[in-house]
Design a protein around this ligand. Structure first.
Ligand code: ADP
Ligand code: NI
Length: 222
């Protein structure tokens, strides 16, 4: 099977697997991560482009928020798919990348300096900030039925109450628990550069958000 065919078949596999996910994890997220990952690699030239593209396509095929049983099923599905598609040679590497890519993965293991992993982490994190990141956050918050903002909740990366309860109390809190930290977690120089504008946009958004929020409460209180 040639390169283009393998990519096409992987795209189809991913599209079939994604049904049932929240729309922040839809096909277009995968497509953006793939494109940004390939762009980063064009600048950095550190990863094999074919392996990188396959890994980008598969990176969200197993969600750590699933039950253990479904996680095992997810990995064995990828394992079988890759053998069937003639990708056995890169199978172990790809599965390791999928295991390690998530921001929320607290037990990373294996080769944490694989350039494929570093680039996909960057592309995935870039998609969580900027205008698109904001859209995804509020989309996810709606999916979870979270409030957009609650002025009584402490906003900080180590909001102890949020940590203890292990859930985000408002979508604005998610900015402080994750989104505003991502700029500092980029691996490649290219991603660090791309993160600057997107991070600034988060700050502009928050500033305007509080301005409008306080305008309304200010009028009511006066
Ligand atoms: P990852 O797989 O990188 O750990 P997640 O699956 O946790 O990422 O998140 C996917 C998307 O949903 C991201 O855009 C992230 O910012 C958003 N998201 C995750 N948790 C929350 C939350 N509690 N509130 C709002 N957005 C969230
Ligand atoms: Ni992703």
């Amino acid at each position: 099977m040639n390169w283009d065919e393998a990519i096409k078949i992987t795209e189809e596999f991913v599209r079939q697997n994604l049904t049932g996910y929240d729309s922040g994890h839809d096909w277009w997220h995968i497509d953006r991560v793939r494109n940004v990952a390939l762009f980063i690699n064009e600048q950095e030239a550190i990863a094999d482009p074919f392996t990188l593209e396959i890994a980008a396509l598969l990176h969200d095929s197993v969600d750590s928020k699933f039950s253990d049983e479904n996680i095992d099923l997810g990995y064995s599905g990828i394992d079988k798919f890759m053998d069937k598609t003639g990708l056995t040679e890169i199978k172990e590497q790809i599965i390791e990348v999928i295991r390690n890519v998530s921001f929320s993965n607290k037990n990373p293991s294996g080769n944490l300096t694989d350039p494929v992993l570093l680039i996909i982490q960057d592309a995935d994190r870039l998609d969580a900030i900027g205008a698109i990141g904001i859209a995804r956050a509020f989309n996810y918050g709606g999916f979870r039925n979270n409030v957009i903002y609650n002025p009584d909740i402490e906003l900080s990366a180590d909001n102890l109450e949020g940590k203890r309860q292990n859930f985000t109390q408002s979508t604005i809190s998610h900015f402080y628990e994750k989104l505003l930290l991502l700029k500092y977690r980029m691996n490649t120089l290219t991603a660090k550069r791309l993160a600057v504008e997107r991070h600034e946009f988060l700050e502009i958004f928050l500033k305007q958000f509080y301005k409008e929020w306080e305008f309304v409460t200010g009028v009511r209180n006066s």
